[in-house]
Design a protein around this ligand. Sequence first.
Ligand code: GLN
Length: 356
Amino acid sequence: MKQGYLILETGEVFEGVLSGEISVETGGEVVFNTSMSGYQEIITDPSYAGQIIVFTYPLIGNYGVSVEDDESAALHLRGIVTGELSPDRHHHRATGSVQGRMDENGLPYLTGVDTRRLVRIIRKKGTVRGIISERKDAAVQAGEDGAMYDRVTTKKVITYGNRGPHVVLLDFGYKKSILDYLLEQRCKVTVVPYHHSIQNIRSLNPDGVVISNGPGNPEHAADQLEKIRELTDTYPTLGICLGHQLIAMAYGAKTTKLLFGHRGGNHPVKDLKTGKAYITSQNHGYVVQEETIDNDLFEVSFRNLNDGSVEGLQHRQKPVQSIQFHPEGHPGPLDTVFIFEQFVGRLKERQLSEHQ
Ligand SMILES: NC(=O)CC[C@H](N)C(=O)O
């Protein structure tokens, strides 16, 4: 057993048991997720690229990992910090362990940490940068990570399914379960790199477009906004998480960083049309600033019941919708999976009316 440390840029040092690879790359934003299970989906979610994830649930790893539950093939996070990482795994579907996945990817994990104290600091000071190191005095690199989309986006255009409306999934680092839910709704889905040109997207002749989740500060995708604006002018569009932020920005809205983000499986949001509340899965550090939204064009469709922040937008004239939370869950509740049904349902209706 090797002693190791998490050092925060604000000066606090947390001691633990260190395993896995240590490289200069291990510094990153330290963020916490409050989900009680679903650690595999979290560590394989490309939106965590560049981040060190603190699990507030005191024990993770106990049911192993199963290849079928990966949200992406590669791991893009920079490390894990946890109270306890179970050395044993018990599940009939388990094909491996968290430790195995971290080791294969050359990533560090620090266990035995007082995550309660750590999270109290992050909640008070806001998201801070940190580094996992063997040395107590390792320097934390200040500043923000640059754009990470090239690391997480698909290298090739790939089509899944062969029937139903054709959806283009603009990939800023999509979670596999978004694709799975679209396929379950009987769509043909073509995943394209985030930088795919408008001409190339048009030539695929889509019936609708989904703009995916993705890592980092949404301002790093500023050069994609013109294209996103054009896409929303032409096609029914659904934006999820980063996709939501980018649709808002394409219409002039601004984003800002939340103090410590929303990451977990129990975030309550209210559907402002129906008055119903849903429990949602979330993973974001940035949020659309309400006062910058053009109210003539968009209405706020969902609101966070904890802090009142914007959780969804609906275009007033066009079939363009965006949501900050994750309707696909994974991990987390599936209360809002109906958003995929509604989106695809509308694409099917449009197809029918065009053929009449
Ligand atoms: N899951 C996501 O798409 C996150 C979006 C963005 N990177 C944020 O942190 O706000």
